[in-house]
Design a protein around this ligand. Structure first.
Ligand code: BG6
Ligand code: MG
Length: 222
């Protein structure tokens, strides 16, 4: 079989490690302090979405958008980030999600390049705690991306830097905004999680544990 996959692009939060849970806990702490409602169900809407946009969604849920100036919103988003950074200190190399190390080893064996395309401005901090800096050919810096997910920019940037055509990229995401970004980039989308969140995904696995590279490649190369 000729393999046309030349680049495999990973989302970080919720795919490589379970920081999705830490994002939730940090927002929960902030919303509890403010007396706002914010459930694990609401949190699904925040996955893959930028920090400030996440805050705007929370304020919208609580009919409080008008209460804050742009400066006050930045102050609240910074506060959430301080809580998040505290939680990140718990991360060690043991916190790679199951199946990810195995997938990276196989990609290397098949000579497929790898990249991380995260919406997080803390991505390099997380990657440092996990000790996986040297496992990827390129890590996109979210600070340099103009439009965040669901815009395709972060995925396009990885392909551009590594000089791979969009049709030769497979990307993996745990968020609806991320899957939309992948499809907008004209790339193949692997979804991790609940099937209802990923109508546009090409293939879905319920968790990273279930990932099957051979199955993905077989479908991709059809
Ligand atoms: C994404 C997460 O990866 O990064 C979102 O899924 C988060 O939940 C976004 O809001 C931005 O992260 P950060 O670390 O820049 O606040
Ligand atoms: Mg994610």
């Amino acid at each position: 079989m000729i393999n046309k996959c030349k680049l495999f692009i990973f989302d970080l939060d919720g795919v490589i490690t379970d920081t999705a849970e830490y994002h939730y806990l940090a927002w929960k702490k902030l919303t509890d302090e403010l007396g706002y409602k914010f459930s694990i169900h609401d949190n699904e809407r925040l996955k893959g979405v930028s920090r400030i946009h996440s805050l705007e969604i929370i304020l919208d849920i609580n009919n409080s958008t008008e209460k804050y100036s742009e400066q006050e919103k930045i102050r609240l988003a910074n506060k959430k980030n301080d809580y998040y950074l505290e939680l990140l200190k718990n991360i060690t190399p043991k916190d790679l999600l199951p199946g990810i190390e195995d997938l990276l080893d196989k990609l290397k064996k098949y000579n497929i390049k790898t990249a991380i395309a995260s919406a997080s401005k803390n991505a390099f901090t997380v990657i440092n705690y996990l000790g996986i800096n040297d496992k990827f050919d390129y890590i996109v810096n979210a600070n340099e991306i103009k439009n965040s997910k669901p815009a395709p920019d972060v995925f396009l940037k990885a392909a551009e830097v590594l000089e791979v055509n969009n049709q030769n990229c497979i990307c993996i995401e745990d968020a609806s905004a991320g899957i939309k970004a992948i499809k907008a980039a004209g790339m193949y989308a692997v979804g991790i999680g609940n099937i209802q969140n990923f109508k546009e995904a090409d293939v879905i696995f319920s968790s990273t544990n279930e990932l099957n590279l051979e199955k993905i490649l077989l479908d991709f190369n059809k």
